[in-house]
Design a protein. Sequence first.
Length: 380
Amino acid sequence: MTAMFAMHPTLLSGPADWDPARLPKEEFLGRIEKLWRAADPGIAGVAVYGSPRDHAELAYLTHFTPKLEPAIALIARTVEPRILVGGGANMISAAKPLTFAETLLPLRDAGQTIARWARELAPGRIALINGGPMRFALRREIEAALGATPPDVTGIVADAMRCKSARELVLLREASASLQAAFAAMLEAQQAGRGMTDAVLAGEEAAWRRGAQDVRTLFGRKGGLLPFVVQDGAPADPLQVYAAVRHDGYWAEGFSMLSRRRLPRVEAAWATLSKAVALMRPDALLREVAELLSSDPRYPSPTYPLTYRGVGRHMGLNLQESDCLYQWTLETFPPVPNPQTFAVGEVYSVRAAAGGEGFVSTMVLITEHGHEVLWRGDDA
């Protein structure tokens, strides 16, 4: 997963307040209703966990983004959502602008709070969403208070998150525009002769100026991809860059090989990527795209731990999602073909190898009539 190899900020500092003009309460109520339509009727409520690092499901259902400590949303069929906020009672006022939910409570004694909430509901079980990243002690506390291990229904929300609404697509286009601004600034700085580190920082600054909430980069010479370790003032040509930009909660990411000169291997990678994107349409097999993009015998390769699992993945609120574009499941033998198909409203980040020495990529939206390119790395 790409995010595992990029620097995660210690403190989430970008704008995260809920803007009802962009995502009105009705948008979230519709998502919650979709959850209940798909969930087992015997489930009366769900506890949705989120941390500063892993909170896509929590943000999807409540818009809440934990900045310092974890949070848990309590969402029921019969009562209004409420959120348990980490950091104590003094954090409640700071947390209120982050969500449409009107009831916010301290996270302390979470098990007992959740048990009391469960008793208010109609008879039924309490389920868990995004429980995997939850601290072991907190999970044990909740299980002890409920007297049972909550079933996990994260998959229901993950499936719903893949098909974007019209409002979500507006935000993804904003994220893609910020990604474009970042790469354009990097290319301009590189062609002006600035050092490798300065060129990448110019791109990050361009994204921040457009209101990004988070910007993450990896870069290097000859296809290498590393985070900032030491200052490197020497120019790099070509300069391989990976960048991810978060805007209004939604991520756009991309790979580009920046250079002043023509690079035949990069042009060949773009040609392959263009052929693959042409195949992306509703009901087409993901496997067809993956087979074309994996045709380079040197790719996927353990040489590139950031990308060896496959050639693309879903994009949206979650930068942690694993690749879904692959020829086969690597965990099985003999290989099992990927049976998944593209669906309208899904957004993908798709990449191709540049002769085993680097990567290029694009962001693609699946539409009713085919696809729309949201960002392409050679447009910088």
